[in-house]
Each structure stands twice: as structure tokens, then as C-alpha cells.
Design a binder for this molecule. Structure first.
Ligand code: NAP
Length: 279
């Protein structure tokens, strides 16, 4: 029997626990944790993501500060706003919604965020901490993936995990996180030879390739756990990087799209904000 791990249900449980924790913090006379999200421009997908983050914060009692800036905002203006947020002791987490307009250098902006407030886990200090297995902020999607594997009752220690994708945002940090937890990790990418044969060796398959329904049953070992990070829109419908119906009977655990890793990403952003608050 294949078990489906629903990220929306798991996220709800974690958010309910955090809501109780925050209620308790406030009842004791402390200020609320606060996340500041900065959006430059009006890209519809970014506007929608930012709204989702604002709503999720409010649902569990995190104060949400939204700074919406016009597309024409210069890099210097954005740096000065981030500097103010860095200095503001009532702000725990800072998130700059990506992508930024082309005239702003993303690297410069990410590097300007106080690493102690970098709840997206993209600042080089936090990347270095992940790679040296020290406590820092870990990007939200990889954290969500780990929580889903844990929810499936799987201990990754000693397991062979095949990760398809090596991006800075997902594939690389999730691979490192798995390695830190004693998994044997194979990272695949667009130059990998004989991808199918490698994938078929994985006890766990983490798919973050960005290609709709690319992973079919030929890539999956019998009884594997398949985590689908992909989010694609095909004919107006959301789907993952895994061909869900095709692989379903072959695996022991699978995550759906939608209602899979996506809701866990926002949930982990809230967790990181709470962590920044305690720090
Ligand atoms: P990305 O930056 O485009 O990276 C894709 C990776 O897949 C790259 O490493 C690429 O290899 C590799 N790849 C591409 N085609 C391949 C092929 N035919 N065979 C093997 N490897 C191949 O994408 P991303 O930002 O990591 O995102 C991956 C997916 O996750 C997307 O569907 C995205 O929408 C989704 N996502 C979901 C969430 C969420 O919250 N659920 C968050 C972030 C991203 P090279 O390095 O060689 O180019």
C-alpha cells in the first residue's frame, strides 16, 4: 500500500502548535515575533507568494510587516531599507522576495541581510553553516522536505537518497541536509549520465528538476519514498516533476502536488521566524 504524505495537513499541525506557542509568549507579556517581507515591483507570482506569507503569519500570531516598493526602486534605496530592518530590534526575520528586477543585484541584496535575520537561509554565512553542519538558518523548502520524510517515519541515516537537481535554492541545500543526517546522497543534474539507472538505486528520491511529470515509474525503485518538490502549471493545472499516477503503485511513500511540499515551505518560513525571535 502506498502512503501519501500530505504537506498541507502536516503544515497545519505544525502551525497549530506554533500558534499555541506564540499565544503563550504574548500572554507572558512579550512582544510578538515579527517577519518583514520586502517586495520590489508587482510580478503577479511574487505578489501572490507575498500575500500567502502575510496570511500565514497572521494565522498563527506572527506580526507581518509588508514593504512593497515600486519596480523603479534603486539598489541603494533597497540596501538602505534593509539596513533599517537590520537595526530594528522589533523585526526578527527579513525576507526579500525573489526574483528582483534586473537592475538590482540579488547577491548584493542577500549579502546585506543580517545573517541572524536571514529566515530564507540564503546569506553566505548561513550557507557556510549548513555546509559545516552548524546551527544556522536553512532554506525553507529543503527543511520542509526533511519534515515530510520524517513524517513518513523514515530515518534517512544509512539510506541511499538520490536528489535530482542541484540548484542553490533546493537541490544543493537538501542534499547537504540529508548528508548531515547521515544519508548516502547522490546528486543528479542535467549532465548526469544514465539518470534512470541511478534513480532506481534510491531508497528515497527527492525530485527538484523543474520539468513537469518527468519522473515516471522507470526511474523508481520498488518501495521507494518519492518526494516531489516540483511545481509546474500544465494546461492551467498544477502538477509536480513526478508523474504521480504512473509511479504511485511502485513506491511506498509519495508526496502529491498540490498539497505536498509547497505548504511546508511557508510553514518552515514561520518556523525560521520563530527561531530568529528566540535567538
Ligand atoms: P532550477 O534552478 O531550474 O534547477 C533545476 C535542476 O534540475 C538543475 O540542477 C538542473 O541541472 C536539473 N535538471 C534540469 N533538467 C534535468 C534533466 N533532464 N535531468 C537531470 N537534471 C536536470 O529549479 P529549482 O529552483 O531547484 O526548482 C526545482 C523545482 O522545484 C521546480 O519545479 C520549482 O518550481 C520547484 N520549487 C518548489 C518549491 C516549493 O515550495 N514546493 C520551492 C522552490 C522550487 P543543472 O544544474 O545541470 O542545470
Amino acid at each position: 500500500m502506498t502512503r501519501v504524505i500530505y504537506g498541507n495537513e502536516l503544515a497545519k499541525r505544525i502551525k497549530d502548535e506554533m500558534a499555541i506557542e506564540i499565544k503563550d509568549i504574548v500572554a507572558k507579556g512579550n512582544r510578538r515575533p515579527c517577519l518583514c517581507v520586502i517586495l520590489v515591483g508587482e510580478d503577479p507570482a511574487s505578489v501572490s507568494y507575498v500575500k500567502g506569507k502575510d496570511k500565514a503569519c497572521k494565522e498563527i500570531g506572527i506580526e507581518s510587516k509588508m514593504i512593497s516598493l515600486p519596480f523603479e526602486t534603486t539598489q541603494e534605496q533597497l540596501l538602505s531599507i534593509i539596513d533599517r530592518c537590520n537595526q530594528d530590534d522589533t523585526i526578527d526575520g527579513i525576507l526579500v522576495q525573489l526574483p528582483l528586477p534586473k537592475h538590482i543585484n540579488e547577491k548584493v541584496i542577500i549579502n546585506s541581510i543580517d545573517p541572524g535575520k536571514d529566515v530564507d537561509g540564503l546569506h553566505p554565512v548561513n550557507v557556510a553553516k549548513l555546509y559545516s553542519n552548524e546551527d544556522g538558518f536553512i532554506p525553507c523548502t529543503p527543511l520542509g522536505v526533511m519534515k515530510m520524510i520524517e513524517e513518513a517515519g523514515i530515518n534517512v541515516d544509512g539510506k541511499h537518497v538520490v536528489v535530482i537537481g542541484r540548484s542553490k535554492l533546493v537541490g544543493s541545500p537538501v542534499s547537504r541536509l540529508l548528508l548531515n543526517n547521515n544519508a548516502t546522497v547522490t546528486m543528479c543534474h542535467s549532465h548526469t549520465a544514465d539518470l534512470k539507472a541511478i534513480c532506481k538505486q534510491g531508497d528515497i528520491l527527492v525530485v527538484c528538476v523543474g520539468k513537469a511529470k518527468m519522473i515516471t515509474k522507470e526511474y523508481v525503485k520498488d518501495g521507494a519514498c518519492v518526494i516531489d518538490v516540483g511545481v509546474n502549471r500544465v494546461n492551467g493545472k498544477l502538477c509536480g516533476d513526478v508523474d504521480y499516477d504512473d509511479v504511485f503503485d511502485k513506491c511506498s511513500v509519495i508526496t502529491p502536488v498540490p498539497k505536498g511540499v509547497g505548504p511546508m515551505t511557508i510553514c518552515m518560513l514561520l518556523k525560521n521566524t520563530l527561531k530568529a525571535y528566540y535567538k
